[in-house]
Design a protein around this ligand. Structure first.
Ligand SMILES: C[S@@+](CC[C@H](N)C(=O)[O-])C[C@H]1O[C@@H](n2cnc3c(N)ncnc32)[C@H](O)[C@@H]1O
Length: 301
């Protein structure tokens, strides 16, 4: 196992890994200038803030001969900042996937519902309680709750009801019908699934590429009690993930993953993986970047 810190010198060479930092910086500049920011969801733990570091470590869309897979889609920061020819996107959160499916099929209908929702705190709580209706209505409701809830959090109670409190209307109109049309356009070549990650990883074949961003606490090891929105992600899930990725490697699939730098998690990838420290990332405190965020990128190439 090699852990490489990308900001300590020009050429960092370890037995398995050599990074030419100047090359990496040039690639980063090209990527940032080309990068399209289709950002319409607020997503704690989302990778938006680390894209300039992350993207140069991933293959470009032209380098992916097969399909691009993202089994922990969330706000899809990586997918929306690149344009893979074919993509398979999935998340276990069914309301989130319904939002993407509805935007792909009919962004104008979603916008019409979104725009018509009223705007007081009392309205927020009555819309939050209304979780039935057409897929476009539910998609607009998910988007409205995301834009107006407290800090863009995603949290559900044990009956699956969204239970984040009101945050205000300040961020609601940062999106427009045009942004939803752009999101829809971006999704046209994507297959959207609402599956557990293992079922999605199993679909990937030789020449496909998987980007993974599972739920994790930076620097920590998941324990058996849940800590994440929409159910928990335990250390057993981390072990399940590691096994699924080992099988994918045997099939000739390339993959890269952001995760915690806890030694027990790194141990799962000891064999033939490369581990790169993330110099600055989402950190453990919501909305605050951290000098030593306890996060790494693990990749099998
Ligand atoms: C850290 S977030 C991904 C954030 C995303 N990369 C972004 O930039 O916004 C992790 C996602 O994994 C999803 N998830 C949790 N457990 C899962 C499971 N067992 N299978 C698939 N997705 C799961 C959560 O719903 C959440 O959206």
């Amino acid at each position: 196992m090699n852990i490489v810190s990308p900001d300590k010198g020009t050429n960092i060479i370890s037995s398995r890994l050599c990074y030419n930092i100047e090359k990496l910086k040039t690639k980063m500049k090209i990527l940032t200038s080309k990068q399209k920011h289709v950002k319409f969801l607020r997503y704690p733990g989302g990778k938006q803030r680390m894209l300039t570091f992350l993207l140069p470590l991933l293959p470009t869309p032209a380098e992916i001969k097969g399909s691009y897979y993202e089994p922990f889609l969330g706000g899809g920061a990586v997918f929306f900042s690149s344009s893979p020819t074919r993509a398979v996107l999935s998340d276990r959160n069914s309301e989130l996937i319904n939002l993407y499916q509805s935007l792909k099929a009919d962004p104008v209908a979603v916008w019409d519902y979104f725009e018509a929702f009223p705007d007081t705190k009392e309205d927020y709580y009555s819309i939050r309680a209304e979780d039935t209706g057409s897929s476009e209505f539910r998609a607009a409701r998910t988007l409205y709750l995301n834009r107006t809830c407290f800090k863009g959090m995603w949290r559900y109670n044990s009956s699956g009801m969204f239970n984040v409190g009101y945050g205000g209307q300040g961020r609601r109109w940062a999106i427009s019908q045009k942004s939803l049309l752009e999101v829809s356009q971006h999704l046209q070549n994507a297959t959207l699934l609402n599956e557990d990650f293992e079922n999605v990883i199993q679909l990937a074949k030789k020449d496909d590429f998987i980007f993974l961003d599972p739920p994790y606490k930076p620097g920590a090891k998941e324990m058996d009690d849940g800590h994440y929105q929409y159910g928990c992600f335990t250390f057993k899930d981390q072990e399940r993930l590691s096994c699924a990725l080992q099988e994918a490697t045997k099939r000739g699939v390339k993959w890269a993953m952001t995760t915690s730098s806890h030694p027990d998690i790194l141990k799962l990838y000891r064999k033939s993986c490369k581990i790169v420290q993330i110099p600055q990332g989402t950190g453990s405190r919501l909305g605050i970047t951290d000098e030593n965020p306890g996060e790494v990128v693990i990749k099998n190439y």
